[in-house]
Design a protein around this ligand. Structure first.
Ligand code: FUL
Length: 508
């Protein structure tokens, strides 16, 4: 009996507890939490492959310099054999990386890569990995040289991005071709360089992978299989531990060579490629399964990569054309400006860079799009905390974008101004964080706002990617011209791998 009473009391208590909880719940308003919704912002699904955060940040550097300086500056060679005496390196003044960077900043460049070891193996810093370095230089300026240290400090002071070119091929090293060259020399050099700044944005590895050389007196012909010899996965992981945002270029596998040294990319240029696939440099591959964006290395001077007596600087018009054909075609541009024997950029180069900067500012500096009224054929349904309005393309915020709905692969964007504008260039940027999508588009303008005439008919209007600049007369090389009088401009996206997303639209 006692036992039954206890059981009864326990059941009663439990029943009261449940009722109390239920009434408490009934008083609380029912709220959906973020976890309960699978897709609160209605964001488009990524269109694979997509870039890493490191690759995205790298892409934003867009236009930067290459500085080929070192032993070859003093021998007049382009490729030293590796047997050059250290004492030949004798700058006539203290090398001045700050002057290099200031000059390229005036041209609109956002950073630079300094060559600190070329194929001859001579290191422009007092490395512990070889005696073939500045410590044995021919004068006090040479012995005091430490390019990685001074270049990093100058870039940081100027708010610019920086990185180093370190040649995997080393015609000086007695160990080149052996495993201990990779573990004890090359990897350590890369790590020493990474230690010069955890904020570096790119480490540059040329593709030259062996051949004849001094090799510590072996005077042999040593070739290696670059795809396995340099232990790239290990190299990449070790450098990223120190410099997490450093894109490992070329054999490093995070950005690709554009496939020529003339400063142009394909008009159709995908950021995707198959690793080790057939030649895709200029164009990339629409079906590529890894994100491998293109970088174009080109010379601002008439001769080699290193400074040579009597060389001239290319015209600002030619450099502007290169800019349009690289940065304007979904590639980055690394433009070589070689310092001379004094360790500074010649005045003619400095002057030309300033001229280029001015030209870029005049031609691509005043965006007419924010003043236009923009109409789109479709706007993706907004989510809880994000909308996909056309205005997102002109708000100067790279994290907002206009989007169409899933399933839409064609759309129009029409800009109308209150009064006709003189226009010459159209610039589009996809929101590549979710993959490169646009396959084909066309452009028209109307002087009266309604009679449409085609533009850019003599160039391919296919891919967009991170950035595409379309000269509206179709030519990257013709003179600046008078432009077009337009009251309206219409961009029709004709085909896309998935619903198109544009983060920016500019008209100049
Ligand atoms: C190449 C090198 O062989 C050239 O000398 C130069 O440094 C160029 C940028 O890369 O692979």
């Amino acid at each position: 009996m006692k036992h039954r009473t206890l059981t009864y009391l326990m059941c009663l208590t439990l029943a009261y507890a449940i009722m109390a909880t239920n009434s408490m719940l009934a008083q609380q308003p029912f709220e959906l939490t973020d976890e309960a919704l699978t897709w609160p912002d209605n964001e488009p699904a990524p269109c694979q492959p997509v870039p890493t955060e490191r690759q995205l940040a790298w892409n934003e550097t867009e236009f930067y310099a290459f500085f080929h300086y070192g032993m070859n500056t003093y021998t007049g060679k382009e490729w030293g054999n590796g047997d050059e005496k250290e004492s030949i390196f004798a700058p006539t003044a203290a090398p001045n990386p700050r002057q290099w960077l200031e000059a390229v900043k005036a041209a609109g460049m956002k950073g630079g890569i300094a060559v600190v070891k070329h194929h001859d193996g001579f290191c422009l810093w007092p490395t512990a990995t070889t005696t073939h370095n500045v410590s044995g230089a021919g004068n006090a300026y040479g012995r005091a040289t430490n390019i990685p240290r001074d270049f990093a400090a100058a870039a940081q002071a100027l708010g610019m991005k920086y990185g180093f070119y370190v040649s995997p091929w080393d015609r000086n090293s007695a160990f080149y071709g052996e495993d201990n060259y990779v573990t004890d020399v090359f990897l350590r050099q890369c790590l020493e360089l990474a230690e010069y700044g955890s904020d570096q944005f790119e480490m540059w590895f040329d593709g030259a992978n062996g051949g004849t050389g001094y090799y510590g007196g072996r005077n042999a012909n040593v070739s290696v299989d670059a795809s396995i010899y340099y232990d790239i996965p290990n190299l990449r992981a070790r450098v990223h531990q120190i410099a997490p945002n450093c894109v490992m270029w070329g054999v490093g596998g995070e950005a690709r060579w554009i496939g020529n040294e003339q400063g142009w990319a394909g008009e159709t240029n995908w950021a995707m490629a198959d690793r080790g696939g057939s030649f895709t440099g200029m164009y990339g591959q629409e079906q590529g399964w890894i994100w491998l964006p293109g970088e174009s290395d080109a010379k601002a001077t008439s001769g080699g990569w290193f400074w040579h007596n009597g060389e001239t600087v290319l015209s600002a018009e030619r450099l502007f054309q290169m800019y349009l054909e690289t940065v304007g075609r979904n590639a980055t541009l690394i433009l070589n400006c070689p310092p001379d024997k004094s360790g500074a950029l010649p005045q003619a180069t400095v002057n030309r860079l300033a001229e280029l900067g001015k030209m870029l500012g005049q031609r691509l500096g005043k965006d007419l799009a924010p003043a236009a009224h923009i109409e789109v054929s479709e706007t993706r349904t907004a989510g809880a905390a994000r909308n996909y309005e056309a205005a997102n393309m002109t708000d100067a915020d790279k994290d907002t974008y206009w989007a169409a709905n899933d399933g839409t692969t064609a759309a129009t964007i029409t800009l109308t101004w209150d009064t006709p504008q003189t226009i010459r260039y159209l610039q589009l940027m996809e929101f590549i964080r979710k993959g490169q999508r646009i396959k084909r588009f066309h452009v028209e303008y109307a002087t009266d706002g309604s009679t449409w005439k085609p533009l850019a008919t003599t160039c391919e209007t296919t891919t967009v990617g991170y950035k595409r600049i379309i000269p509206l007369n179709g030519s990257t090389s013709s003179s600046y011209g008078n432009g077009y009088q337009a009251k309206a401009l219409r961009i029709s996206i004709d085909d896309s791998r998935a619903c198109p997303l544009l983060s920016s639209l500019s008209v100049f």
